[in-house]
Structure formats: structure tokens, C-alpha cells
Ligand binder design. Structure first.
Ligand SMILES: [Zn+2]
Length: 195
């Protein structure tokens, strides 16, 4: 992935403060959904994470996924002339059989490289490629667990639940929506704070 535009970010402290709020508050600013629906999505995501943690202890997210018989594939792919970037996706019935989680290694690497320069020492561990990948896999794991209710065209509520789940599973001190916001900024050089 090549980023050509000059970056002009709001300070990272400001972004961390914004995305570090409770999921309910962050999501309210990202969607026009009502509070009760957002609260239910957050509850669903966190409840699923707690259940999984009770069952798996401190096992890493990728190991949990593999334990479910799902493969994790790391590969680079470009979508829509590099403007729309996805960190990952999951395929429930892959042609080779079984579920597959694809991690966009181009996107996770680019994001980690940027953040290695931008984040200070204490913040950096939340933006290592390893951490970003863990969060991406957790997000997709939620979709796999939740497949009975949604197809690949997941509704906004399912997306929010998946983000809440990933945050709880990885103990991220901010909403994973921050990663998406940073990616969009990287790809477009836009200055907007809210997607
Ligand atoms: Zn998703």
C-alpha cells in the first residue's frame, strides 16, 4: 500500500481520548441508531467475549480461532484502487472447506509502521502489528460465532457488536474503530475526525 498524501492528523492524544470512551458513546457518534439498540449490540459483543474468556482462559485470540477449526490467512489485498481498505474478512464456507479469516497484512503493516512513528513509548504497544492483527482476528471471530444471525452483508449493529467484542477480547483501551479511522486517514489523507 502506498500513501502519497501528506498526513495532517489531529493529535493522537485527542483521538485516543475520543475513541477511549465507552463503546456506547463512541458508537453513538458513528451511527444514527438509537441508544437502546447500541446498548444491546455492546452487551451482545461483551457478553460473548466474557463467555469465550471463561472457556479459554488467557489463550491468545488466534489460538482460540484455530481451536474452532478456523484457518487464519495473512495476505495483502487492495480494494477499490486502494481507497477503501479492509483490515480483515471472514469466509464461513471457504472453497477449501471450513471457515477462514483473512488478515490484510498490507493494511496491518502500513498502520503499524505509521503508528511506530506517531505513537509515544507508552502508546506504541497498542499499535504494534501483532496487536492490530489480534484485534482484526477477534473482530472476524465474532462474525463467525454470530453467523446464524447475519450473512456477509453485516448490519451496522452486528459491526458494532463485533467491535465491542474485539475490544473486550483484546483488552484494548479504546474502540477498534480507531484503527479503521486511522486507515481511512492513511489512505485518503483526510482530516476528518469522525468517519
Ligand atoms: Zn465486521
Amino acid at each position: 500500500m502506498k500513501f502519497t498524501s501528506t498526513q495532517d492528523f489531529t493529535s493522537l492524544t485527542e483521538l485516543l481520548k475520543f475513541y477511549g470512551d465507552a463503546d456506547e458513546i463512541v458508537f453513538k457518534s458513528h451511527s444514527s441508531l438509537n441508544e437502546a439498540d447500541i446498548a444491546e449490540a455492546c452487551h451482545n459483543g461483551r457478553w460473548t467475549a466474557n463467555r469465550l474468556r471463561l472457556r479459554n482462559g488467557s489463550k491468545g485470540v488466534e489460538d482460540i480461532v484455530i481451536g474452532y477449526g478456523c484457518r487464519v490467512v495473512h495476505e495483502a489485498w487492495q480494494v477499490a484502487d486502494g481507497k477503501i481498505v479492509f483490515l480483515g474478512e471472514c469466509l464461513l464456507h471457504h472453497k477449501d472447506g471450513g471457515a477462514v479469516i483473512r488478515v490484510n497484512s498490507d493494511a496491518t503493516k502500513s498502520l503499524a509502521e505509521l503508528m511506530a512513528q506517531w505513537a509515544d513509548e507508552t502508546e506504541r504497544r497498542w499499535f504494534s502489528e501483532e496487536k492490530i492483527v489480534e484485534v482484526v482476528i477477534a473482530h472476524e471471530l465474532f462474525h463467525l460465532l454470530d453467523h446464524h444471525s447475519e450473512s456477509r452483508t453485516a448490519s451496522t449493529l452486528v459491526e458494532l457488536a463485533a467491535h465491542a467484542f474485539a475490544r473486550a477480547m483484546t483488552e484494548l483501551p479504546f474502540s477498534p474503530l480507531l484503527f479503521n479511522a486511522l486507515l481511512v486517514r492513511l489512505a485518503t489523507g483526510k482530516r476528518t475526525l469522525i468517519l
